[in-house]
Design a protein around this ligand. Structure first.
Ligand code: HEM
Length: 380
């Protein structure tokens, strides 16, 4: 064996690294815990404690210049501004205000209430596959459930759910590779996607999130008590629909792949379904759906004996329990995503206890913000 002396290289656009990032992650952690990509102008940390520090120290590492690399250079360069209300890309105090408004309506109780509907839908999805010799785990299962769940929660009728999922997939997943498109293209089209549904809920209130956002009252940053404006609601809907579909589909896709590769573990889950929640945690740790996230550095900071200057971009490959982020921006949908992952697996294992992956015909996702399977053919 020859020892390589080449210095380690990482960038999130490299498709070979994307296909199997783990050897590079290991080298980054061991050889370059503070990695600098000069050409692309970002630093990357990959050790757990460094990633945690970046997420917790909100004074030094901020989100308001974007939280993924494909947005940050545009915002820092002044080409685009972060839309008001896109709180995943905001800092305190405005982040706190916007997040608390959505948390008020997006409660664990609300999420738990739709659990029977999620289960009924998942059972239907899997029932349709019984008897088939082959199906596509990514397309026939993973891509179906999160879109439907968000639709139920938000109040988007069934006939529009596929359109909205495909729209986000094109603009936010595949779109991350297209530098000619504005990173906020999806948001610019919110009116077209959600406007008519919002009008319907204004005249016919229901018990969905859209109705709640229309009726909520709060004190804004000027001290005025008011309802949310239309563009604020559209931004919130956009954030929830985009953050909630792609990521959760990736989780469900990985579930199919990892369990096919570990039939002994899958058998344990068939025999002991109470172990399923823990299996979902382990799958989130092993193959976290987010591929990277970024922060902007507001002041010079010491890391691994070097100074990261103010104005830098810090990027991190997420792993372990940080799969849902940590600190102020901790994923608002973590509970929902876990429920979805658990129910899908419960309903699949009851009906289809064994499957085999045809990886030669599998297809990885396109974008750089999340990582998973676009197509995952299986035989049973
Ligand atoms: C397996 C599925 C999911 C994963 C792995 C995931 C991951 C993450 C991560 C890592 C963050 C933090 C980003 C940062 O710190 O910059 C985040 C934030 C967020 N997620 Fe998720 N997410 C998932 C599902 C969902 C779902 C189902 C929803 C909603 C229905 C959702 C809504 C949000 C929102 C609104 C934020 C922003 C929170 C804030 O900035 O305060 N996510 N998610």
């Amino acid at each position: 064996m020859t020892l390589t002396t080449e210095s380690v290289y990482f960038d999130m656009y490299d498709r070979d690294i994307y296909a199997d990032p783990y050897p590079i992650y290991r080298r980054l952690r061991d050889e370059a815990p503070l990695y600098f990509n000069e050409q692309m102008g970002f630093y990357a940390v990959s050790r757990f404690e460094d990633a945690e520090r970046v997420m917790v120290d909100r004074e030094t590492f901020v989100s308001s210049k974007g939280m993924v690399y494909n947005i940050m250079p545009y915002v820092i360069g002044g080409d685009v501004a972060i839309p008001n209300g896109l709180f995943i890309c905001e800092d305190a105090p405005v982040h706190t205000m916007h997040r608390s408004l959505v948390s008020r309506v997006f409660t664990p109780k609300r999420v738990n209430l739709i659990e029977p509907q999620i289960r009924a839908f998942c059972a239907g999805v899997v029932d349709r596959l019984i008897g088939a010799d082959r199906f596509d785990w990514a397309k026939d299962i993973a891509a179906q459930v999160p879109m439907r769940v968000i639709g139920m929660l938000v109040g988007i009728p069934e006939e529009d759910q596929v359109k909205i999922r495909d729209h986000f997939n094109e603009l936010l997943n595949e779109g991350t590779l297209d530098s000619t498109k504005s990173p906020f293209e999806a948001l610019a089209q919110s009116e077209g996607l959600f406007g008519a549904h919002l009008d319907r809920r204004t005249s016919q209130p229901s018990d969905d999130l859209m109705t709640q956002l229309l009726t909520i009252e709060f004190e804004d940053d000027t001290g005025t008590r008011r309802n949310l404006r239309r563009e604020e609601i559209l931004t919130f809907l956009n954030l929830i629909a985009s953050a909630g579909t792609d990521t959760t589909s990736r989780l469900i896709g990985w579930t199919g792949k990892i369990l096919a590769e570990h039939p002994d573990q899958r058998r344990r889950l068939v025999e002991n379904p109470e172990l399923i929640p823990n299996a979902i945690e382990e799958i989130l740790r092993l193959e976290p759906p987010p591929y990277h996230f970024g922060r902007y550095v507001t002041k010079d900071v010491e890391m691994h004996g070097q100074t990261v200057p103010a104005g830098s971009i810090i990027d991190r490959d997420i792993s372990r329990i940080l799969s849902f982020g940590f600190g102020a921006h901790l994923c608002l949908g973590a509970n929902l995503a876990r429920i979805e992952g658990r129910i899908v697996l419960e309903e699949v294992l009851k009906r289809i206890p064994e499957w085999f992956i045809d990886l030669d015909h599998g297809e990885l996702t396109q974008g750089i913000d999340t990582r998973g399977w676009e197509s995952l053919p299986v035989s049973v």
